[in-house]
Design a protein around this ligand. Sequence first.
Ligand SMILES: [Zn+2]
Length: 113
Amino acid sequence: MHELSLMAETLAIALRNAEAQNARQIHRLTMAIGAASGVVPDALHFAFDVAIQGTIAANAELAIETIPVTCQCPQCQTQFSPPDWIYECPTCQTLVSQTLTGREIQLKSLEVS
Ligand SMILES: [Zn+2]
């Protein structure tokens, strides 16, 4: 399961970060997840609940911000948000394979004390 290793990695970064700030507890982690990143938020929440056991993040909450997919057409430069998994330019109907946003997986912020 992809989300388990992803969460383990994210939590490791969070713990290192908290340690660097001499924090005793992590209260909240906020992650930004692109809608086309392939990450399932429910699975991430599940992985989080498992990963935090026995760490200073054991009582922490996971917040997930979903970043919508946006594309730019290489033909006419139109920027658009595709309504589904087919990225077709609404202006000239070119199929677009590149995305501007929507594939991010990142730890955005951390609340510690
Ligand atoms: Zn276009």
